[in-house]
Design a protein around this ligand. Structure first.
Ligand code: MN
Length: 256
């Protein structure tokens, strides 16, 4: 007999923060597809990059067929490269992305850059993705500690991003979700402002994914708001529970 399918309830929030002038982050909630992206590239490039990546994922979510989530991210990279080829004004634009796609109780997560996915299960917070960043490399070889990474002068340097090269290598994580699980997708404006204990406490506190996403963004602002901050929060519940309306971070038009 088939197990009772899991339903997902999701919420999201994004904010420019207290220092930056523009919000180059974005998010996507679309049925069983969830994503955040953190654009970079000055002027209008950063926003164009994150919006283009999310638009591509949005239309992939709409299309039929069953490509892998890694293929979706690869297509988003191609869309960015094509756009840069047509518009030299946005040369150098790039974006991180973390996208989660649910099929039944299986969730596939692909990411590029330092936007992250976390799982809160039985009260414990697990980081599901490993940053593609300079400080993560230094940590991997034991040159710096996680604590030193938070203060490192190159802590914002990502080693992979969409838009930089014709080829891109997303990492994929596959997990089986359980009733009661909570997932977080977020940009570094959250994780550089809030430590794991704080993220864990906020994720655990409320039963409303929209309120939780807002609280994460507000807490990042209260901690200094040094960067744009974006959170997508997903609660796994019984199927009858699963409702959220499709949403995109405004503005969703990447056209110059
Ligand atoms: Mn950022």
């Amino acid at each position: 007999m088939r197990r009772r399918p899991i339903g997902l309830r999701a919420g999201a929030a994004t904010d420019v923060g207290r220092v930056r002038r523009r919000n180059e982050d974005g998010f996507l909630l679309r049925g069983s597809v969830f994503a955040v992206a953190d654009g970079m590239g000055g002027m209008r490039g950063g926003h164009v990059a994150s919006a283009l990546a999310l638009n591509t994922l949005d239309s992939e979510a709409d299309a039929d067929g069953s490509p892998t989530v890694v293929e979706w991210v690869t297509r988003a990279n191609r869309a960015l490269r094509d756009h840069v080829g047509r518009d030299p004004m946005v040369t150098g634009m790039a974006t991180t992305v973390v996208v989660a796609v649910a099929t039944g109780d299986t969730i596939k997560i692909a990411h590029v850059g330092d936007s992250r996915a976390y799982l809160l299960r039985d009260g414990a917070l697990l980081q599901l993705t490993e940053d593609h960043s300079h400080v993560q490399r230094l940590m991997d070889v034991g040159l710096i500690t996680a604590e030193e990474a938070t203060r490192h002068p190159a802590r914002n340097l990502v080693t992979r991003a969409l838009g930089l090269d014709d080829s891109v290598e997303p990492d994929e994580t596959v997990m089986v979700v359980r009733t009661g699980d909570r997932l977080l997708l977020c940009t570094d404006g959250i994780t550089k402002m809030l430590d794991d204990d704080r993220i864990q406490a906020i994720l655990a506190a409320s039963d409303d994914p929209d309120a939780t996403a807002r609280q994460l963004v507000e807490a990042a602002n209260e901690a200094g708001g040094e960067d744009n901050a974006t959170a997508v929060v997903i609660h796994a519940a019984e199927e009858s529970d699963g409702t959220h309306r499709p949403r995109r971070s405004p503005p969703s038009d990447p056209a110059p």
